[in-house]
Design a protein around this ligand. Structure first.
Ligand SMILES: Nc1ncnc2c1ncn2[C@@H]1O[C@H](COP(=O)(O)OP(=O)(O)OP(=O)(O)O)[C@@H](O)[C@H]1O
Ligand SMILES: [Mg+2]
Length: 486
């Protein structure tokens, strides 16, 4: 942006004065628009089709909406816009108020056009500097954030490129990929490389909450909105204002919740449960899912219109078994990281171990690799990780077509026992993280939770953290009861 190409808006109801200002500013700047009322100004400012203005010169007393409302609309659209207010001679309090509300500068009437031009020029420079700083910061953040993302496969590189390209925009992003492929990692990269990096990154795991709780989690509720709502609660949409809202496992939301999500995304407005006030949100939406939304739509489990809203920019992370280059890079990276962490430095992998790693299917992807190596570092006795240290590959390997080959014994078998065994195996493999275990055996988290209860499976860590988990991570432990319903 050179100063001459700046976009400027002049808001003044006195026609002669407004034209005089516009003519003077047009001598120097390319695009100078003029409007005569506050409401016209707000309409211009909020027009999403065009870029935000660089500088807005506005009178304070206006028909329609006043100058302070114009100022607010401008700041809401883009806090980088420099707003210059014009005040009547002697009304210093209003100038002070405007400055407090975020005006860049003020000029007093009667106007000195040279003075005005000078301040507009300062406003344009200020805006340009801000812009450059933001760009630089985003670039640096993107570099730092992606430093921690390992792998150089073409597939990962193109996902990262796309992530860096969308980061500076407000575009809605949908990240798809199997469990453990790095969706959350990419979401936080986008946030940290965006102009919203200083704002909050708020994560909601849509699969972890029963529907009734999910709504109050997302939108908040007023005191008394339903039985048990003894306090007002600020929802995630509100918390994420000015930042990014990460809707994780969005494919697992109910149709009813999807309808509500769609409405917020369309209107950027919502109510708290039980509230009448319409709230606005300026949150950038990134969502992720390991579900195949196409087939969810076909089954009538996911709304197509919501899908189109979420799927503006799609970043897909292929499974690890499709990027063997990354697999080996990641294995080495995790080995040195874990070795240092556990004070057990190892000199790499034996050839047999590498072969075993390459031959495995990695249904749990990067997370599974990490967990496997964590155990391997603990187990290893030699200077390198050997094949025996890798406790993987039971039942599944790349060669055998997702590898489920257990035979029915001649004397028969109890299906319940087999099921229980598999559930336990899935839990063990994922370090007893229910969400990951559920993904591994292709059931919803709620179903897994139900199975765990029915089968009476317990783990010391669950009991230890019960209080905290009930509130956040694993609230679906008990079946939703009437008490949950508003
Ligand atoms: N390319 C990578 N480089 C380094 N670490 C990675 C990479 N990809 C994933 N990871 C790590 O693997 C783990 C799983 O990644 P993440 O949580 O982002 O997966 P996910 O796709 O969100 O999985 P899920 O669908 O189960 O939620 C994290 O610890 C993450 O840091
Ligand atoms: Mg995730």
């Amino acid at each position: 942006m050179t100063p001459d190409s700046a976009r400027i808006l002049v808001v003044e109801d006195n026609d002669t004065l407004r034209r005089g200002i516009a003519v003077a500013l047009r001598e120097r700047w390319e695009e100078v628009r003029e409007v005569g009322s506050g409401s016209d100004a707000i309409e211009c400012i909020s027009d999403a089709q065009s870029d935000a203005f660089d500088v807005i010169v506005t009178d304070l007393r206006l028909p329609g909406s006043d100058g302070i409302s114009v100022l607010r609309a401008a700041r809401e659209r883009d806090p980088g816009t420099s707003v210059l207010v014009m005040t009547a001679y002697g009304s210093i309090e209003t100038a002070v108020e405007a400055m407090r509300s975020g005006a860049f500068d003020f000029v007093q009437k009667p106007l000195d056009l040279d003075q005005l031009e000078l301040r507009v020029a300062r406003g344009v420079d200020h805006r340009r500097l801000l812009y450059e700083v933001t760009e630089l910061r985003a670039e640096q953040a993107a570099r730092q954030a992606s430093d921690r993302i390992i792998g150089d496969s073409p597939a990962l590189r193109s996902a990262l490129d796309l992530a860096k390209r969308v980061a500076p925009t407000r575009s809605t992003v949908l990240i798809t990929g199997e469990t453990g492929t790095g969706k959350e990692l990419i979401a936080s990269l986008i946030h940290r490389a965006s102009p919203r990096a200083e704002g909050p990154l708020v994560k909601v795991n849509c699969a972890a909450l029963p529907e009734t709780l999910l709504e109050s989690e997302l939108f908040g509720h007023e005191r008394g909105a339903f039985t048990g709502a003894d306090r007002q609660r600020i929802g995630r949409f509100e918390q994420a204002n000015g930042g990014t809202l990460f809707l994780d496992e969005v494919g697992d939301t109910s149709i009813a919740t999807q309808a509500k999500l769609l409405r917020v995304l369309q209107e950027q407005r919502f109510h708290r449960l039980g509230g009448s006030q319409l709230l606005r949100t300026d949150a950038r939406i990134i969502s992720a899912t390991n579900q195949d939304l196409g087939s969810r739509i076909a089954e009538g489990l996911f709304r197509e219109d919501l899908y189109f809203r979420l799927n503006v920019i799609r970043i897909h992370l292929p499974p690890l078994r499709e990027r063997p280059e990354d697999l080996v890079d990641l294995a080495h990276h995790f080995l040195s990281e874990l070795g240092a962490e556990m004070r057990h430095p190892l000199r790499g992998f034996t050839e047999a171990a590498l072969e075993k790693i390459r031959g495995h299917d990695w249904p749990g992807n990067v997370r599974e690799l990490h967990n496997t190596l964590e155990r391997a570092v603990l187990m290893a006795e030699g200077p390198r990780i050997d094949a025996e240290d890798l406790s993987i590959l039971v039942g599944r390997s790349a060669g055998d077509d997702r590898g489920w080959r257990r035979e029915l014994p001649a004397e028969g078998i109890s299906l319940r026992d087999v099921e229980r065994e598999l559930v336990i195996e899935a839990l063990e493999r994922t370090g007893y993280v229910q969400k990951d275990a559920a993904a591994l055996i292709g059931v919803s988290r709620r179903t897994l939770n139900y199975m765990i209860q029915r089968m009476g499976i317990t783990h010391p860590a669950w009991r230890r953290n019960r209080g905290a988990e009930d509130a956040a991570e694993q609230p679906a432990r008990r079946a939703p009861s009437d008490a949950d319903t508003p």
